[in-house]
Write a protein that binds this ligand. Structure first.
Ligand SMILES: Nc1ncnc2c1ncn2[C@@H]1O[C@H](COP(=O)(O)OP(=O)(O)O)[C@@H](O)[C@H]1O
Ligand SMILES: [Mg+2]
Length: 405
């Protein structure tokens, strides 16, 4: 029975025996299979016939020290087959003792772990590859982040540059529009002075006539008349210089008064063009800003209406100004019946330089500037609607709670 057990074990396992000097005395079939040597190539040879050159000699030193001291040696060993291929075996070497406890031989039982070791090595290799890949990726991310940061920086600079350029452009347009309205104002003054100048020369002629006739009363009457005319002319100049005084301090002012002042400046124009202006206002509203700037907006809008009246040859010319309060806003609506604005043009009228007028008549900056003043000077808005033959501009200005009334 013992022989049968022995045979069963020897048939199925990788077993070898050596004598005390390490010379092979027995090998199982499985040992021959895995090593590639035939039995007679192995028997009588030193066991180091399957030794792999990679394995350090210190391993064998430890093996011999262990088994010579009658202890069992266990280790996973790298071996080389006859054809040079590598195999790994989990090895147990047991010293066999006689009845006097002397070593008689060594028996080594192994099992094949080549696949496991290979898998482990493969896994380690892959892990290393992955680690390297990770490192490369990390470097790339770092590089890209740096590039992005640099890009961000230059982008910021570029945006700042653009903003600065834009500001300069707006400033230029602001002065262009100021100049344009200055031109309009000068034309207004000239227009407004034409009549009193004629009157004045007539009065001077009358003074001359009266003095020739020694008509003292007549002279003083015509003299007084002249003074009134001159005073009137002086007032006109006063209005305009007030308008152009670079008064840049924001303060609360009465909306109705400011609009009436604007209309006063346009008085001659309104009269000579036979425009009928009505103002409706229910309550006194005070708004925060620069009065001259609001005047500029009102004058721009009314001058546009006048231009449209003339261009469209409107006979009955009406402008309705409606001032009201809606919640926390002052709303100024200026409506004319000057023919309206075509749908394909209405969305362009606030663009700078958009004009439908001849180059000597229009700059296309009036409404652009007006909108800018409403938005930036008054924190409000300027909008337009047009239906049938009317156009309505609405200025919306927010009111401060404490100064609402
Ligand atoms: N009340 C209005 N009725 C009809 N068209 C208008 C009116 N107001 C403005 N527009 C149109 O809007 C254009 C732009 O106006 P604006 O910016 O003041 O420039 P400009 O008066 O120099 O042409 C005008 O050319 C005109 O075509
Ligand atoms: Mg205009």
């Amino acid at each position: 029975m013992l022989d049968q057990y022995k045979e069963a074990i020897e048939k199925t396992n990788i077993i070898s025996k050596t004598d005390m000097a390490g010379i092979i005395t027995f090998v199982s079939d499985e040992f021959c299979n895995i090593s590639g040597f035939s039995r007679h190539e192995l028997i009588g040879k030193n066991h180091n016939i399957v030794r792999h050159p990679d394995v350090d000699s210190s391993n064998f030193k430890l093996l011999w020290e262990t088994i010579k001291s009658k202890k069992i040696y266990k280790n996973t060993v790298k071996n080389r087959a006859k054809n040079g291929s590598t195999f790994y075996v989990n090895t147990t070497v047991i010293p066999i003792l006689d009845e006097n406890e002397n070593i008689v031989e060594y028996i080594a039982i192994r099992y094949d772990v080549t696949k496991e070791v290979f898998y482990k090595e493969e896994l380690q290799r892959k892990e290393k590859e992955l680690e390297e890949l990770n490192k490369i990726l990390e470097n790339k991310v770092e590089e890209k982040t740096k590039q992005l940061q640099e890009l961000n920086l230059t982008l910021e600079l570029r945006v700042q540059n653009e903003i600065a350029k834009n500001e300069v452009k707006q400033q230029v347009m602001f002065w262009q529009s100021r100049l344009a309205s200055l031109g309009q104002m000068l034309a207004n003054i000239a227009h407004q002075w034409r009549q009193p100048l004629t009157e004045l020369s007539l009065t001077l002629f009358n003074i001359k006539k009266a003095s020739l006739k020694d008509d003292v009363e007549g002279v003083s009457e015509y003299y007084n008349q002249s003074r009134v005319i001159i005073q009137n002319m002086s007032n006109t100049i006063e209005d305009f210089t007030n308008f152009f005084r670079p008064n840049k301090d924001k303060h609360y002012f009465d909306l109705m008064t400011s609009i009436q002042e604007s209309l006063h400046i346009l008085n001659t124009l309104i009269k000579s063009e036979m425009i009928h202006v009505t103002i409706k206002s229910i309550e006194n509203i005070k708004i925060l800003g620069i009065p001259n700037e609001l005047s500029q907006v009102i004058i721009n809008i009314i001058k546009n209406s006048k231009d449209a009246f003339v261009q469209n040859s409107i006979l009955i010319r009406e402008i309705n100004i409606n001032i009201q309060r809606e919640e926390n806003f002052a709303i100024i609506e200026i409506q004319d019946n000057a023919g309206g604005i075509q749908e394909k043009e209405i969305y362009k009228i606030f663009e700078p330089y958009f004009t439908t007028k001849h180059a000597t008549q229009g700059t296309g900056l009036g409404l652009f500037m007006s909108k800018m003043i409403c938005e930036q000077g008054f924190n409000g808005s300027l909008d337009v609607t047009s239906k049938k033959c009317t156009t309505t501009f609405s200025i919306k200005i927010p009111l401060e709670e404490s100064h609402g009334d």
